[in-house]
Design a protein around this ligand. Sequence first.
Ligand SMILES: Cc1cc2nc3c(=O)[nH]c(=O)nc-3n(C[C@H](O)[C@H](O)[C@H](O)COP(=O)(O)OP(=O)(O)OC[C@H]3O[C@@H](n4cnc5c(N)ncnc54)[C@H](O)[C@@H]3O)c2cc1C
Ligand SMILES: NC(=O)c1ccc[n+]([C@@H]2O[C@H](COP(=O)([O-])OP(=O)(O)OC[C@H]3O[C@@H](n4cnc5c(N)ncnc54)[C@H](OP(=O)(O)O)[C@@H]3O)[C@@H](O)[C@H]2O)c1
Length: 446
Amino acid sequence: MNRDNVEYFAAVVGAGPAGLFAARELVNAGIHATLFNRDIRPGGLAEYGIYPKKHKMKEVLRVQFRQALEMACIDYYGNVTVGNQADLTLDQLRQLGFQAIMVTAGAQGTKWLKLPGEDLRGVYHAKDLVYHYNGLPPYSEQEFEIGRHVAIVGVGNVMTDIARYLIEEKHVESVTAIARRGPGEIKFERKELGYVAANLDIKGVDEEIERAAPLMWSLGENPDRPKEFIHTVYDKAVPTDSKTRFMVRFLLSPTRILGDADGRVRALEVEENTLICENGDIKASGTGRRRIIDMDTVIFAIGDSVDEQLGLPVDRFEFVKNPQPRFEIEGNSYEAFDPETGRLIEDVFLSGWARRASTGLVGIARKDGIQGARAMIQYIQTLPKPEESPLPKIEAWMHSLGKPLVSKQDLIRLECVECEQASKLEQEEFRFTRNEEMLAAIRRLA
Ligand SMILES: Cc1cc2nc3c(=O)[nH]c(=O)nc-3n(C[C@H](O)[C@H](O)[C@H](O)COP(=O)(O)OP(=O)(O)OC[C@H]3O[C@@H](n4cnc5c(N)ncnc54)[C@H](O)[C@@H]3O)c2cc1C
Ligand SMILES: NC(=O)c1ccc[n+]([C@@H]2O[C@H](COP(=O)([O-])OP(=O)(O)OC[C@H]3O[C@@H](n4cnc5c(N)ncnc54)[C@H](OP(=O)(O)O)[C@@H]3O)[C@@H](O)[C@H]2O)c1
């Protein structure tokens, strides 16, 4: 399909895996897709979340993203944020002539637990640190005061990524992962544990599982299962130079972060939990007993919220979805909804982590982008075809914003300069970590 025979025009907010695959699907259905991406570079967390040493995986994904962007009927505006008080609002996108908007902006908000002491120096949210060590501006330039003893709240794959960074790059003395539930509810996977298993205090973990065992048996859980899972990975772990002691503690919920006279973290107060079974789900329930664990850094790896500034209703960390979708796909609703008016936001669709915050791997986001696009295609096909293309007006409007915009051609220029730099430095890879540097590199070849 070429640009002259498109029949409809859609905006896609965000160019992570969900946005890029949604755009490709739209184009295959005869719909022109314009991507608006906050970051200069596309890829989202596939570029700026996946652990930096996973070079091969990142490069395979970059090739797929490049292929999508090469499609003639996909336009790209990088360095453009959509939202209230941003470069463009959702209403402005409508006024520009887009017939529907696919929001795939990921989960960019912070899930605060509203605990006393969250504002102390040394308290961080995993996403910010992940963005920092992956070189995403402006986080790349932000300072993270990492101490010697770090608590990570949460036991998912993001926790293991953060632990890996602290073990391999920061060589801290201890990393303690804190789980609110028991050993039966760990969420990290075998492969991800493998990267940090050599540093595990295996005796300490065994004691923790032993402590939780009576409770687990009482709920029909077998403590030998998580024990065996952890031991299998531990037994195969490749020895490491780092002396960091990595520990996992169960059945604890943070209740307060304590600071010193300089406003820096000195300890984490936690409440001991028991487990209860409610409608088949194992849940943590506080016992009222509290204890203090000495720590100088606390990192929350408990998932993220969507961005409230985007301009869509949010409930419990996620954008609200239409409970009775018009275009349901595999039982999912991809449609934005306003619970206050009880009305559908009929031209806005959601997919990827913008639909289900902090859920699933790249492959899941990709599938969700495609399915969200399929729901949106059904909606668009109910609309009259526009008499003329809105693209010239959109382009003029974008240039009137008076800020550097990044096009598909600019991305190629950026890659050329970075490749050149990598070979000059004899490195496998080189990537700029400041927007000014990226824009200057693009200008150099423009
Ligand atoms: C630390 C970490 C490590 C991970 N490691 C792996 C792994 O090893 N393997 C794996 O398969 N999966 C991994 N994942 C999961 C994977 O990254 C996600 O499943 C996937 O990236 C989600 O895709 P998405 O497109 O929905 O959102 P994102 O990838 O978050 O993309 C969102 C895009 O929207 C843009 N955006 C945000 N706000 C706006 C706005 N207001 N206006 C315009 N654009 C906006 C951003 O610039 C970004 O490009 C990891 C996730 C994390 C957090
Ligand atoms: N290498 C990889 O493949 C990779 C790397 C990173 C991320 N990812 C993917 O990205 C997604 C997000 O990962 P994630 O680790 O952020 O999420 P996750 O797997 O859902 O883990 C979140 C952890 O935070 C805990 N938590 C949530 N709310 C909490 C609260 N209020 N108090 C205390 N603890 C709380 C959860 O405990 P409960 O279980 O009790 O809720 C859980 O242990 C996942 O699908 C993951 O697989 C993949």
